[in-house]
Design a protein around this ligand. Sequence first.
Ligand SMILES: Cc1cc2nc3c(=O)[nH]c(=O)nc-3n(C[C@H](O)[C@H](O)[C@H](O)COP(=O)(O)O)c2cc1C
Length: 257
Amino acid sequence: MLFYFSATGNCLYAAKTLSSSLNEPIVNIAEAIKKNDFHYTIQSGEKVGFLFPIYAWGLPKPVVTFLKKMELCCDTSLYTFAVATCGDNIGLAMNQFEKLLKKKKIQLNSGFSLPMPDNYVVLFDVAPQEKQKDMLQKADKLLQKISKMVLLEKNRFFRVQKGRFPFFKSTVIHFLFFKFYTNTKRFYATGDCIGCGKCEAICPCSMIHIQSERPHWKKGNCYMCLACLNRCPKKAIQYTKQTEKHGRYQNPNVSGL
Ligand SMILES: Cc1cc2nc3c(=O)[nH]c(=O)nc-3n(C[C@H](O)[C@H](O)[C@H](O)COP(=O)(O)O)c2cc1C
């Protein structure tokens, strides 16, 4: 069983790819949280995988929430692995993930970071098409290797890019980012908005509602996944003026995003 969280399709693509090579079903973490669905029965021989994006060198909030509430019911010992998709590197996020699993008395057998095109278009523009294509091809190769390692049930096998100063980035910067840069008050829709309601439908934390054919963000902090901003069909959603200058990203190999 493969649990995934994805805003712009990278983790969904990775989950679908591994689902077909490992013959495992996929479960959407955001939907599971909305439905309060935390109990899963794992059959003997089934592999349990977690796929999630890296947010400021740490874990997305819904992944932490899900892990804390999740109950896996199984008769035999589990084989578990995690894949963290990222633009570049993940700091100590895999260690943090492993610690959370350990609290549930589940051991993490293997873990991988998987570079894919960066969707954080607040700070950076999207990579040029050629670079995206190259990254996605490399990701496909890495996914094949991950699948092999998982089928071989490699134990204590970790291939992660931590980057420089991982402790500082995954503690201090991660904390400051979620305290100061996840407030919905900086989101707005421009005149290009057609009130289609897609942003409301796809927001994984239900922070958007459409009123008078315009999106409105509830007050407070959101997951900062940028699904609304990257997947708006009219590129009408912005987060500060900065994003007006930047492109948008969604994984081109996932249809119907
Ligand atoms: C708020 C935010 C913070 C991010 N922080 C990092 C980071 O610290 N390191 C990194 O390599 N990529 C970072 N990224 C890029 C994503 O992890 C990456 O694009 C991921 O593959 C997106 O997955 P998805 O398409 O399944 O949502 C960040 C993206 C967002 C939205």
